[in-house]
Design a protein around this ligand. Sequence first.
Ligand code: PMP
Length: 432
Amino acid sequence: MPEKSLYEKSLDLFPPVALRATQLGVVKGEGAYVWDEEGKKYLDFASGVAVVNCGHNHPYVVQKAKEQMDQLIHGGHNVVYYASYIKLAEKILGHVGSNYKIYFSNSGAEANEAAIKLAKQVTHRPGIISFKRSFHGRTLATTTLTASNAKYRRNYEGLLPSVYYAEYPYATRTGLTEEQEVSRCLAQLEEIFHDLIEPEQVACMIMEPIQGEGGYVVPPKAFLQAIRKICDEHGILLIFDEVQTGFGRTGKIFAYENFDVKPDIMSLAKAIANGFPLSAMVAKRELMDKWPAGTHGGTFGGNPVACAAGVAVFELLEGGLVDHAAEVGSYFKQKLLELAEQHDEVLEVRGLGLMIGIEFVDQNGKPDGEIVSAIRAKALKKGLILLNCGVNHNVIRFIPPLIVTKEQIDDAFAIFSESMEESLTDATQKVN
Ligand code: PMP
């Protein structure tokens, strides 16, 4: 009997909830590529969901992590200090601003937990405003904050109290102008404040500066600026969840830089250490200084090896990687825009830097998740890994490593457009 594949073995070992988005078993990664068990090479335009921004096994990140491993693997978050922990804090705060402090943990959800705990701790207010189509994690509290798919909450109801959901602009869907869409969303927020919770009872608003799982939805600058103003007027803390958008993904180190709006608190994870489990919550100094010792913590947060990798990531980002991402991102987006012009099934191509989404609809203009599944399956067979997003699963997201070259983008584009043409032809044949 031939040996079972990694996927086949997984079926026996893991619950359905732990199964992956593809059946691909990989044995090696390098730059924008991974190799499967048969030695077949794939272009990875999913990057482990925006994690390996510097590319798989970037030699500089590997070298710095190895050097740290030879020195010290674990320090103990609650026990001792070590140099990589300090250095990464200095790097990130050096960029965000000296009026901020940082707290390290292990995952995006944990960073968001820290963010809302801090907000409650310092404001003494109960309420939280989150946004529709948001995704903030899978712990019980972050499941409460997440409002993009009822399946995330199924059988977990009875979640965190006093969380309310505000509208996040999506003019492409509502058909309104950008200005009207912003007004619509702000009016609904006013309604929440009037009908459900007074703003002076709200500790924080938590939002993704560009929605990730919700469909790569880029809000108008005016919306984020209006939210900033409302928060300031009522003493509400503004939290940006930059877990998916951070570390060069949008052509800036952090996505907020695209909107000229700075949050009071920010959560970071995914690409922070190019694949090592690490996350951080950054917040204004005056807030952090009010967070008493012993009221939050964890064993592994700020692991020495992960922090050493994080320092290497930051050096690479500052050393030209972010500018490269912005440049090749607009090259890629332009190609997709030109392709979209020829197809009514493409509702929109959108995104910033190398965080690009393409949204599909059917002949009646309804979200078409089936076509997205078909395109992804065909692309995978041809050697391109793609992920979907969007509350109707009808958006393909392109999140290659930021080191991706124009030639690799051309290769991926060729596979994608071929897979798309074939899938659209198959769909038409099915209808007829
Ligand atoms: N916030 C956002 C915006 C995310 O995209 C994700 C993960 N997709 C999370 C939080 C949760 O991060 P983690 O899976 O590391 O807990």
